[in-house]
Write a protein that binds this ligand. Sequence first.
Ligand code: S3P
Length: 166
Amino acid sequence: MRVKNVVLIGFMGTGKSTVGKVLAGRLGWQFVDTDQKVEERQGMTISEMFATLGESAFRQTESETLDSVLEQSSQVISTGGGAILAERNRLSMKKDGYVIALKAAAETIIERVKHDQSRPLVQGDVEERVHKLLESRRNAYDFADLIIDTTGVSVEEIVEQIIAST
Ligand code: S3P
């Protein structure tokens, strides 16, 4: 890999962490999950952060965390699904990483997130919330250097595709 970092972006439940861990293993690189780093930095879960500090405080910590992670190199970085909403984050991802967007069908996403309480934006009527958020982020991930439709593709195949593309 000639790139400094690989940055995985994509909606919740598109497989960023799963793919990222396998890819990092293959490359012998560090796997970093920005959601996890945000939780460590703040000393609370993302749900607690949304509930007590609000989404904008979470977004601020997310941007600061991303900046600090991107200072290092040889990492596969899995980002939270909304990290791409801030232009400053899109710019820093592109500057210090090779950005890969993972896409998945709405039905697949719903199946993966529906029993998960750790994602505050898709609690309650999960189907409706996923569809609405997907709609509002329709082209938000398209600034990536590589876009992978994961439908019917195994994790191994996705990893191969990424390695072959760099
Ligand atoms: C979010 C996605 C989550 C997490 C937070 C907000 C979003 O990350 O950062 O709940 O806005 O799409 P994952 O994509 O890892 O679930």
